[in-house]
Design a protein around this ligand. Structure first.
Ligand code: ZN
Length: 305
């Protein structure tokens, strides 16, 4: 049996999978905010509940916002700031008295989709979670690529490639990214980035949700149409840049923005202009496991028994 934990900013979820990926147990708890010790206790409680409920011991994989620094073995790059600088892996292993694997949550997402999801059987898979941020991960032959800095696939704070005059104009008026740079992919492509763009275009006082903007675009509201069309072109440029480097068979989208169905048709039309190839065979697909991919991928971090 495999146990996966998805340590999110607001919820911690556990799943227990049998060897065929069938779900045996699942439970969620609210993440204790700004309390590292309580977070460790919540993880241990969920693992113990899964093992008690199923009557089995399992391997344990954990997906976290951020990564374990290979240089220090401490958590880095986490938006759950109370984890930063903590020896999370050692502390959990001591608490549970067994080895655990820990990976970035976007890496867990791509492991899940490459193992038994939308990209099952694909050799090279790029998975991106586009929600409040723009995380990314790479799987090759179902094995996650971590990298010597534990940042493989992290594309969100690269600059938007092939910037045109419209992009340059937007960079002038939009706020700096929290990382300190001005033209990060994340500022254009995250859900909040999309919402802010629409708010600026439409001059509205109240921000509209992504869903609301898409609905307006479906009714041909001019600013909403401009906003989603620009979004598709920018996503195509950002993904073409990745295709030119790792040449993936499949790109799977996750997170809130992955629910926008028109992306799967339009983005591959736009990326043809930027990929350095006569034909582009790369497929752009929605996730099969949806929001469950993070926790399932954490469980799949351990190879076949
Ligand atoms: Zn940035």
């Amino acid at each position: 049996m495999r146990i996966g934990i998805d340590l999110g900013g607001t919820k911690i979820e556990v799943i227990a999978l049998d060897n065929d990926g069938i779900e045996l147990y699942r439970q969620r708890l609210a993440t204790p905010q700004h309390d590292y010790t309580a977070t460790l206790n919540a993880i241990a409680e969920l693992v113990n509940n899964a093992q008690t409920h199923t009557g089995q011991l399992g391997s344990i994989g954990i997906g976290i916002p951020g990564a374990i620094s290979p240089a220090t073995s401490l958590v880095k790059n986490s938006n759950s700031t109370w984890l930063i600088g903590q020896p999370l892996k050692t502390d959990i292993e001591n608490k549970l008295n067994c080895a655990v694997k820990i990976e970035n949550d976007a890496n867990c997402f791509v492991v899940s989709e490459a193992t038994d999801g939308a990209a099952k059987d694909a050799n090279i898979v790029f998975g991106v979670i586009i929600g409040t941020g723009t995380g990314g991960g790479i799987c090759i032959n179902q094995q996650v690529l971590t990298g010597c800095n534990a940042i493989a696939g992290e594309w969100g704070h690269n600059p938007l490639p092939w910037q045109d005059a419209v992009d340059a104009q937007q960079i002038k008026v939009q706020k700096k990214c929290y990382c300190g740079k001005t033209d990060c992919i994340e500022t254009f492509l995250s859900g909040p980035g999309f919402e802010k763009h629409y708010q600026r275009l439409s001059n509205s006082k109240q921000p509209l949700t992504v869903k609301g903007i898409i609905k307006k675009a479906e009714h041909s509201e001019q600013h909403a149409v401009t906003c989603i069309e620009l979004y598709e072109k920018r996503l195509a440029k950002a993904l073409a840049h990745v295709i030119n480097i790792i040449d993936p068979d499949v790109i799977v989208l996750g997170g809130g923005m992955s629910n926008i169905q028109r992306l799967y048709k339009n983005v591959p039309q736009y990326w043809k202009d930027y990929v350095f190839s006569d034909k582009v065979a790369t497929q752009l697909l929605p996730p099969l496991h949806g929001d469950s991919s993070g926790v399932r991928g954490a469980a799949w971090l351990w190879p076949q028994n």
